[in-house]
Design a protein around this ligand. Structure first.
Ligand code: M6R
Length: 608
């Protein structure tokens, strides 16, 4: 989603802004722009397309203060006129991430006041609004604060003015923004990866913060306009972890990082002899003792992780569990139960729908909250009482891979710890599970060896327009995840069904042109699944089966087998995810799509 970078320094900031934007490219965007103050004037460069185009167009632009932006279109098509920064009366420039809900009312009012709108965006009202307050003699800070008070919606903004070469104003509410602290220079950015070449010292801004950023100092004001101090933290993100290295795409790199990501996520547990609730926070034991049900809220891939967890949680702990798409839950009038543990799952921790769903749950009386998240200090982590950080490292590819498998690992730990606390896990079972978790990274490594075979298989998919994914039980959500991966990066229409549901409708779609991909673990539902596969074959459907050892599903005409290792029990969904990620990746390569930045999608969905 939109990315913001800003800088006020003793040197030309244009290269800093451009490199920052390039590092935010993974968030997804369709146009880019920057503005600097130079010789008392605003200079703006905007471009539709990649940051590389903007860089070319910016040759010769310089300034010691500036703001820059990658735009993911919401209001108005991707075009140069809609690209940020937006400028009011050649004087005030604004970049914005978020959505202003009352922009139409403001636009009408500002138009009547003589402001000319040159874009279709909601952002432009912010520029004119700030200008209208600034023109009345207010400081840029006060003009921004007064304008923000009139906005309804979500925002992270950066503001500069032509006659103020020393101050940049920024603010956030509902969209992420942080401040980078350098030596006699300061920066702003949507996420820390943008700033790594210039600083590691960051202040994560809180909801409603407004900051006056100068070269030597900065001042933060809270929602009430009071000056506040926020802790400067040293980011642990290292520069190499956001480099591509030997890989062709971030998605490929991230698929291969899964053994390490899982090992890191499980590190504290696997090094100990027993499972303790403390890994979820100091209050976890007391909280877990007080709950009688679980409600999981998430979006996209993270929602699929929740769906897998429901099988584990109900079967192993005996605790009732529901899983809801956050964007639906947030608007649903539901029955709250203060004894429910609300679990939000998110890679970014900034997903607007998940945040809103969590807030909705809290407003309705839910008090026990847990975030499973990959980004420390993200909004969701800060909003929850309990937390477990997955340690997947930065995930740059829009298609979530290592975040998903590490979420599953965290959710399995949650299951075991709850089961243990409820006396549903014997010491022997606990040791067995710990042993299996210790072997998980090497199990994933083994599955990754299927890569050349899957790359070959992908050749058969490039000409297809549709695909059907099947799974049963614990692996039905894995079929959903496989279909999501394929559609988002290869643009092939893919659906997933629980295999038993085929005959209730989707079987009508099956013919020789419909590839049917099935996850076939050697579990209690195997024989049922085999019958479902026969139903497909009998209608001429081409089957691609990811089968565990000893399933006795044989290669035959129209049946292609990818041989998986021995069945991994409860951890099997993690292993079965890997080949589906690889399949999507290699099909996308065949189709020549932009694997890491698929069309229309953004990495962090920070707007509704
Ligand atoms: O950052 P989150 O996990 O909250 O993001 C949720 C979804 O937007 C995300 O999983 C999305 O579905 C991915 N692009 C899937 O690959």
């Amino acid at each position: 989603m939109c990315g913001i970078v800003g800088a006020v320094a003793q040197r030309n900031v244009v290269p800093i802004l451009l490199e920052g934007l390039q590092r935010l490219e993974y968030r997804g965007y369709d146009s880019a722009g920057l503005a600097v103050v130079h010789d008392g004037q605003l200079e703006r460069v905007r471009s539709i397309g990649r940051v590389a185009d903007l860089t070319e167009k910016s040759a010769g632009t310089r300034g010691f203060i500036g703001i820059a932006h990658t735009r993911w279109a919401t209001h108005g098509v991707p075009s140069v006129r809609n690209a940020h920064p937006h400028i009011s009366k050649d004087h005030v420039a604004v970049v914005h991430n978020g959505i202003i809900e009352n922009y139409e009312v403001l636009r009408t009012r500002l138009t009547a006041a003589g402001y000319e709108f040159t874009s279709d965006t909601d952002t432009e009202v912010i520029a004119h609004l700030i200008h209208s307050h600034y023109a009345r003699g207010n400081s840029l800070l006060v003009a921004t604060q007064a304008s923000l008070a009139e906005l309804v919606g979500a925002y992270a903004i950066g503001v500069i003015a032509a006659d103020n070469p020393d101050q940049l104003i920024c603010a956030r509410r509902g969209s992420p923004l942080l401040l980078g602290v350098g030596i006699e220079e300061h920066f702003i950015a949507s996420d820390v990866s943008a700033l790594l070449p210039v600083t590691r010292n960051v202040v994560y801004l809180e909801e409603g913060d407004v900051v006056e950023v100068g070269r030597r100092s900065y001042q933060i004001f809270d929602t009430k306009g009071m000056r506040v101090e926020r802790t400067v933290q040293i980011s642990e993100l290292n520069n190499e972890s956001v480099q591509l290295g030997e890989y062709c795409h971030y998605m490929q790199k991230e698929i291969h990082e899964q053994p390490q990501a899982l090992a890191d996520t499980l590190e504290s547990v696997c090094n100990s002899q027993s499972l303790v609730p403390g890994i979820f926070g100091a209050e976890a034991a007391a909280t877990f003792a007080d709950i009688d049900s679980i409600l999981i809220l998430a979006c996209g891939t993270s929602y699929h992780a929740g769906l897998v967890a429901r099988y584990w949680l109900e079967e192993i702990t005996g605790i009732r569990c529901t899983v809801e798409v956050a964007s639906e839950y947030r608007y649903r009038i539901s029955v709250a139960n203060p004894k429910t543990l609300v679990v939000v799952i998110s890679q970014s921790g900034e997903t607007a729908d998940t945040q809103a769903a969590l807030n909705h749950a809290k407003t309705h009386g839910h008090i026990h909250t847990l975030a499973i998240c990959n980004v420390p200090e993200s909004a969701l982590v800060r909003l929850c009482k309990l937390r477990m950080l997955t340690r997947a490292g930065p995930e740059i590819g829009v298609a979530s891979t290592k975040a998903f498998t590490t979420q599953l690992a965290a959710l399995f730990l949650l299951t075991l710890i709850l089961a243990k606390q409820r006396g549903r896990l014997t010491a022997e079972q606990e040791q067995k599970h710990l042993q299996e978790l210790r072997h998980l990274p090497s199990g994933v490594k083994k599955v990754l060896e299927l890569e050349p075979q899957i790359a070959k298989l992908a050749e058969q998919f490039a000409s297809k327009h549709h695909a059907l994914f099947l799974g049963r039980g614990l692996h039905y959500p894995i079929a959903l995840e496989g279909a999501l991966k394929l559609k988002e990066i290869s643009y092939i229409h893919a659906e997933a069904y629980p295999a038993g549901e085929l005959k209730h409708g989707p079987l009508a779609l099956v013919d020789k042109d419909m590839p049917v991909i099935s996850v076939a673990p050697n579990d209690a539902l195997l024989e049922k699944l085999k019958s479902n596969l026969q139903e497909v074959r009998a209608r001429g459907g081409e089957l691609y089966v990811f089968a565990d050892a000893h399933t006795h599903i044989r290669e035959a005409e129209g049946i292609h087998i990818m041989q998986m290792p021995e069945h991994a029990g409860y951890l099997s969904p993690i292993l079965h995810t890997i080949p589906l990620q690889l399949l999507a990746y290699y099909v996308a390569l065949q189709k020549g799509t932009d694997v890491d930045k698929p069309r229309n999608l953004a990495k962090s969905v920070t707007v509704e």
